[in-house]
Design a protein around this ligand. Structure first.
Ligand code: NAD
Length: 487
């Protein structure tokens, strides 16, 4: 009985490497059947704004697993990346990337005899990847960074479960909560909370810049690291560099209903059509997929054949011993096929049940979008930040205009520019741009409504251009906004 999955060849080198990987699967009698779906650049060009046909979307939602080649996002047409859209629309909240030293792939660490075997779990939906950006003035662009409690909990729980299944003893949370106190702070707080449920895993947290330094000086000290989306993206590529480059970096985008498996690298336009691309990363991604689906025997056999092939010095042109002739994409697949059943010198991997990742809980009975809300938290509205474009006004002049709009309930407590306080105190050396934040806070003992706060902003708009407003909230008595630098 074969299981059906959706396959998208992708653009550029995608079809070449996908063909190579599926040939290896076939040679090992992997019990999969493939439904090829239409998605990628040519479908954007043909007028499908999402880069895929309706039939492709339905097939993927039906089958729950997508194995895909890299896809190109047309530049400068205002379209969003199909790769990012697919991950977000189908809520593949955990991006797992495994990095390890491969025999036959020489790096500074392999030469120094330092083994690397680590997994990055990157949050895949939120953060700046919401792509919510606005030009507030001609000179000032802002982007919204969205970090949520349910989203963080989902990926962090996955990271702990993955660490447990892989037999890891350690999981680190990397963040920048020292600077981004509410966004990264929420991610870290969620990590520390969930860590209590996994006492068998040694959990720790590390500031992301410190992590980067330690990854390049002592990568052997890390087993698994969970991060927010953008930081995870950057750290993943750093890790790819540690083990020999993007040609060796597999990736799984895991969701509760739909999961996507793909290589980390792109479409490699410079070598497209030459038949010389390295299929290793896509093959490793396919191995992750087999393991995820429970085909652990096939996963182990193919992985061992691949490791044995690399160990033998078989290589495509992008890596390996330049004194040994390279093979092309199809020659590399031939070598892996002929090595099926071989075991690499270090003993290879075995098809342990505990290596199986979370089983796909895919089902067809969803009728509503899942919505998660934390209830029972006391909320209080305490003020509003009004972001304004104020022409050539100096901070004190702007403060005078703001005060004109006060009622008995409020005070103007602070004005900042690019996050630095410039009124009531500040430095003459702080350089300004044409977008200020003016903070109105309710006076002690007063109650204010959202309508009143909006009214202040509306009244203020008679003097200056209001660009946006953010309400100042307290949750459970704790302030839900940051202070300005220097405040
Ligand atoms: P790239 O990864 O395609 O190429 C970077 C370099 O690595 C090139 O020199 C390329 O030849 C080489 N390379 C990449 N994969 C290789 C392989 N398997 N074998 C041998 N060499 C390989 O990155 P790029 O040039 O920045 O991006 C090209 C396109 O790919 C862009 O349109 C981008 O949007 C897209 N992209 C897609 C994905 C995805 O589908 N998940 C990921 C990254 C980039």
């Amino acid at each position: 009985m074969k299981t059906k999955i959706a396959v998208a060849n992708g653009d550029g080198i995608g079809p070449e490497i996908m063909k190579a990987v599926l040939r290896v699967f076939e040679a090992n009698n992997v019990p999969l059947e493939y439904e090829f779906v239409e998605m990628g650049k040519s479908y954007f060009d043909a007028g499908h704004s999402t880069g895929m046909t309706t039939a492709a979307k339905e097939t993927i939602e039906n089958l729950g697993i997508l194995f895909k080649g890299p896809m190109e996002t047309p530049k400068g047409k205002g379209v969003k990346s199909i790769n990012v859209t697919a991950r977000k629309v189908w809520n593949t909240y955990a991006n797992q990337r495994d990095f390890r030293t491969l025999k036959g792939v020489e790096t500074v660490f392999s030469k120094a005899g330092i083994p690397i075997n680590l997994t990055i779990i990157r949050e895949n939906i939120e953060d700046t990847y919401g792509g919510i950006e606005h030009l507030l003035t001609y000179d000032v662009a802002v982007g919204r960074r969205i970090i949520t409690r349910p989203g963080s909990a989902q990926v962090i729980r996955y990271a702990f479960e993955m660490a447990k299944r892989k037999g890891y003893t350690k999981l680190a949370c990397a963040h920048k909560a020292n600077i981004m106190k509410l966004t990264d702070g929420l991610f870290l707080e969620t990590f520390l909370e969930i860590a209590k449920e996994y006492p068998e895993i040694q959990s720790s947290d590390i500031i992301v810049d410190d992590l980067c330094m330690k990854l390049v000086t002592q990568p052997q000290n890390f087993q698994a690291i969970v991060l927010t989306n953008l930081q995870g993206d950057i750290v993943s590529d750093l890790c790819a560099g540690l083990v020999g480059g993007l040609g060796f970096a597999p990736s799984a985008n895991i969701g509760d209903n739909i999961s996507i498996f793909e290589a980390v690298h792109g479409t490699a336009p410079d070598i497209t059509g030459k038949g010389i691309a390295n299929p290793t990363a896509l093959m490793l991604s396919g191995i992750l997929m087999l393991r995820y689906m429970g085909f652990t025997e096939n996963a182990a056999t193919i992985e061992n054949a691949l490791l044995y092939t690399l160990e033998q010095g078989v290589h495509t042109g992008d890596f390996g011993d330049k004194l040994k002739p390279s093979v092309d994409t199809s020659g590399f697949a031939d070598a892996v096929i002929s090595n099926l059943g071989m075991i690499p010198a270090d003993g290879g991997v075995v098809a342990q049940a505990n290596m199986q990742l979370k089983a796909n809980a895919h089902h067809h009975t969803l009728t509503k979008n899942k919505l998660t809300v934390t209830k029972g938290i006391k909320e209080e509205m305490v003020g509003v930040d009004v972001f304004v474009e104020a022409g050539n006004l100096q901070p004190a002049e702007l403060a005078a205009l703001a005060k004109k709009r006060l009622t008995d309930n409020f005070d103007v407590v602070m004005i900042s520019n690019r996050g630095t306080q410039v009124w009531p105190t500040g430095s003459i050396f702080t350089e300004l741009v044409n977008e200020y934040r003016v903070r109105f806070e309710k006076k002690a003992g007063k109650e204010v409504s959202q309508k009143e706060l909006l009214h202040i902003a509306a009244a203020f708009s008679e003097d200056v251009k209001v660009c946006s407003v953010e309400f100042l909230m307290k949750f459970g008595g704790k302030i839900g906004y940051t202070l300005a630098q220097g405040q």
